[in-house]
Design a protein. Structure first.
Length: 187
């Protein structure tokens, strides 16, 4: 996540052997300023990525996966990188993305999530629940606000149970919400 052309060239060359597109790299960094630099780097690379005939996967946009996630379900994200959701910080990320931000992953149960979800929707982003410990009720409330996706369902979220269906139960019973899966063959 250095945000450099050299890093993106290396990644897109490697990915091109498997797929023509690298959809949305997540620029999660330790501080807001470092994330802003990574987002600016991705946006600059996207603007220039068609200036070569070299085989490379195309980056379609930016996925803001973090820092507005749950410390309890953070997955590989270090806890010190996690921040409370903030529409102001999101707007800084969007400005740095120069129109290339596509998805925001957020934990809807975290304090400040609702106004951040609203700001993301107003900016035209797909809002996705992920890295979340949300209950079924919290997930349904987020869907009512316009959340339309769930980031890597079953991974880094409250587990499904018959008495506590959580995000998984809400997503699997709501046809207008996409359930993203990691298709890596792991069981």
């Amino acid at each position: 996540m250095e945000g450099t052309d050299a890093a993106f060239r290396s990644i897109t060359r490697k990915v091109s052997a498997y797929a023509p597109r690298l959809s949305l790299p997540p620029p999660s960094q330790p501080t807001t300023d470092q994330t802003l630099r990574a987002v600016e780097g991705i946006a600059a690379y996207i603007a220039r990525q068609h200036e070569t005939d070299e085989p490379r996967a195309e980056i379609l946009g930016i996925h803001l996966e973090g820092p507005f996630i749950s410390k309890e379900r953070r997955g590989v994200h270090p806890s010190e990188w996690i921040q409370l959701p903030s529409a102001e910080t999101l707007n800084r990320f969007l400005k740095a993305a120069a129109g290339n931000a596509r998805i925001l992953t957020i934990a809807p149960e975290v304090l400040g999530a609702a106004p951040c979800i609203d700001a993301a929707r107003e900016a035209g982003l797909v809002v996705s629940m992920g890295h979340t410990d949300a209950t079924y009720e919290q997930a349904r409330a987020a869907m009512a606000r316009g959340v339309r996706s769930a980031t890597h369902v079953y991974n880094a979220m409250r587990p499904f149970s018959h008495r506590d269906p959580g995000v998984i139960g809400a997503v699997l019973t709501t046809p207008e919400v996409n359930a993203e899966l990691i298709a890596d063959g792991a069981c």
